[in-house]
Design a protein around this ligand. Structure first.
Ligand SMILES: [Zn+2]
Length: 479
C-alpha cells in the first residue's frame, strides 16, 4: 500500500519535473539584484510542494502533511495540505508521502575533493557541485585549501552570479596562525621562513607576537569575510612542538574581532587549547579534543553558547588513512569525485606504523564521549566535517557525520538539528537558513523516508531544492 502510494507520487512528480526543468533551465538562468544569504541571488518564479510532512528536528517530530509555497527563492507560505491554491504557483511538485528537511549546512568545509595530491581549479569547482548533489546547500569555509580572503570573495561572487553550481558560501578567508605554526609547518610541510605570499595562496596568514591585529582584521573585513578562524595548536600529534599564537595574541584577536562584530572560531586539538580558546571568549570550536574535555569546560560552553563542531568525519578519515582502507561505501562511490577516490589508493599513504585497531577504537571512544557529554550539558552543536582532509568528501561527509553522531549516542533528531538549525545559528542566520518557515530561503530536501526513525534516511533524497530551484543529479540511496 505504502509502496503503491509512493510510486504514484514519484510518477506525478516526474511529470512536473519535466515542466519545471524546462521552465527554469540550468540553475541561475534567472538573475535578480536582491541580497540574500550566502551571496546567492534569488531566482524568480514560484513552486508549490504539496502534501509533504515537515521534519522538525528540534522537536523530534514530523508535521501533518503541509503545502509549501516557494516564491523567488524564498518560502512564502506554509499551510495544511490543500489550503494553498495550486494556481498560486508556476509549478507544482506533488510530495504526498515524502518528508521535507531544510538543506544541510556543513560549517567546516574546505573547498576540495577530499583526495590526496594537488587539486586543480576544476577539482575545486567539482567539489562545490558535489556538495549540492548530496543536499548540502550551505557551507562555511574556514581558510586552508586555497581559501584565502581574495579567493573567498571570488567564489562568493562567481556563485552569486551563477557561473557554477555551488552551495551558499560563508567563510573566514585565510585562517590566522603563528609563523611556522599549524598547518604551515605541519600538514603543509613548509619551512618556518616561508614567504607570506605562498602561505596566503594556501589559505593562511601569519601573525607574529609583535604584530598588531587591527590592520589584519580590517583588511579581512574589507574583503567581506563572515567570521575569523584562528589556530590554537602547538602540534598536532606527530609535529609537536610547533609555534602557536600566544594567549595574549588570541585575546587581542578575539577582542578586536568582536569590536568589529565578527565571530571567532578556533581550531583546537587538545583540552588545554579548549581552555585557552574559552578564556579568550571565542564563539566556537572547530574540532573536538583528542583527549577528554573537562565537564567544567563543557558547562562553560553551554552557558556562554559557544558552538561545538565535532568533525567526527575527520577523525574517522584519519583511521581510514592509518589502516589504508579504500572507500567501500556505495553511497560515497556513487557520487564522490573519481580523482579523489583513486588518489587514496596511493600505496605511500597506507599502513602508518604504530596504529593498532585497539588504539583506533580508544581514540574514537574519547571523541564520542566528548560529544555525548557536550550534548548532555546543552552545548550548542553545529555539523562540520572538515571536508578536503583525506577521506572527507564534499557532501557525502555530511551524511556520514550525521551517522557518526548517531553512532556516538545522539538521536537522529539531535544530529539533524545540528545539521540544519544548529548550522544556521552558528552562522547567525537562523531567521533565513536551516528553517522551513515563511521568510526562510527555499533550500530543502525531499526525502522518501523519515530521517527521525533512521539517520541513514537522510540519504533517501528524492529532490534537492536550492533557492527554490531543483538541483540536478542528486546522489540518493533508497533503503
Ligand atoms: Zn579544517
Amino acid at each position: 500500500m505504502q509502496q503503491q502510494r509512493l510510486h504514484r507520487v514519484l510518477c506525478l512528480t516526474g511529470l512536473y519535473l519535466a515542466a519545471l526543468l524546462g521552465a527554469c533551465g540550468p540553475m541561475g538562468s534567472d538573475r535578480s539584484t536582491s541580497d540574500s544569504p550566502g551571496g546567492v541571488e534569488a531566482p524568480k518564479g514560484s513552486v508549490l510542494i504539496t502534501g509533504v510532512a515537515i521534519v522538525e528536528a528540534e522537536h523530534d517530530a514530523v508535521t501533518a502533511p503541509q503545502d509549501i509555497l516557494m516564491v523567488d527563492g524564498f518560502i512564502a507560505q506554509v499551510a495544511p495540505a490543500g489550503d494553498i491554491d495550486p494556481d498560486a504557483a508556476n509549478h507544482v511538485v506533488a510530495a504526498e508521502g515524502l518528508f521535507a528537511l531544510p538543506g544541510l549546512i556543513d560549517v567546516h568545509a574546505h573547498i576540495g575533493d577530499g583526495g590526496l595530491g594537488a587539486q586543480s581549479q576544476a577539482d575545486r569547482e567539482g567539489a562545490l557541485a558535489q556538495f549540492l548533489r548530496y543536499g548540502v546547500t550551505t557551507i562555511f569555509v574556514p581558510g586552508g585549501g586555497g581559501g584565502n580572503d581574495d579567493n573567498l570573495a571570488l567564489w562568493k561572487q562567481r556563485c552569486a552570479a551563477h557561473e557554477l553550481p555551488c552551495p551558499r558560501i560563508y567563510g573566514s578567508g585565510a585562517l590566522i596562525t603563528a609563523p611556522g605554526g599549524h598547518p604551515i609547518g605541519t600538514i603543509w610541510d613548509l619551512p618556518i621562513d616561508i614567504d607570506e605570499a605562498t602561505v596566503y595562496a594556501r589559505g593562511a596568514v601569519t601573525l607574529a607576537e609583535d604584530e598588531a591585529v587591527e590592520p589584519l582584521l580590517d583588511r579581512k573585513m574589507g574583503l567581506g569575510v563572515d567570521a575569523i578562524k584562528i589556530v590554537i595548536e602547538d602540534g598536532p600529534g606527530p609535529w609537536y612542538p610547533k609555534p602557536r599564537l600566544s594567549r595574549d595574541k588570541i585575546l587581542q584577536l578575539v577582542t578586536a574581532s568582536h569590536e568589529r562584530n565578527l565571530q571567532v572560531f578556533a581550531h583546537v586539538s587538545r583540552t588545554y587549547h579548549v581552555e585557552d580558546a574559552l578564556a579568550a571568549g571565542v564563539d566556537g570550536l572547530m574540532h573536538s579534543s583528542e583527549d577528554p574535555i573537562d565537564d567544567s569546560l563543557l558547562r562553560q560552553m553551554a552557558q556562554r553558547r559557544v558552538f561545538f563542531v565535532p568533525t567526527l568525519s575527520l577523525y574517522d578519515g584519519f583511521i581510514d588513512q592509518a589502516f589504508g582502507r579504500f572507500e567501500q561505501e556505495p553511497y560515497a562511490i556513487a557520487g564522490v569525485s573519481g580523482r579523489a577516490l583513486r588518489s587514496l589508493e596511493d600505496e605511500d599513504f597506507r599502513h602508518q606504523p604504530g596504529d593498532t585497531e585497539e588504539e583506533a577504537l580508544a581514540y574514537e571512544a574519547i571523541l564520542q564521549d566528548n560529544l555525548r557529554r557536550a550534548v548532555a550539558v546543552g552545548v550548542p552543536l553545529a555539523l562540520g566535517t572538515d571536508v578536503n582532509n583525506p577521506w572527507v568528501f564534499p557532501g557525502y561527509s555530511a551524511h556520514k557525520e550525521l551517522h557518526l553522531m548517531v553512532q556516538a549516542g545522539l538521536t537522529p533528531a539531535q544530529a539533524l538539528a545540528a545539521a540544519t538549525g544548529g548550522g544556521a545559528a552558528f552562522l547567525r542566520a537562523e531567521s533565513t537558513l536551516g528553517c522551513l518557515d515563511p521568510g526562510c530561503v527555499a533550500d530543502l530536501l525531499l526525502l522518501t523516508h523519515n530521517p527521525l526513525t533512521d539517520i541513514l534516511h537522510s540519504r533517501s533524497m528524492y529532490r534537492v531544492f536550492q533557492g527554490g530551484q531543483i538541483v540536478p543529479g542528486v546522489v540518493a540511496e533508497q533503503p
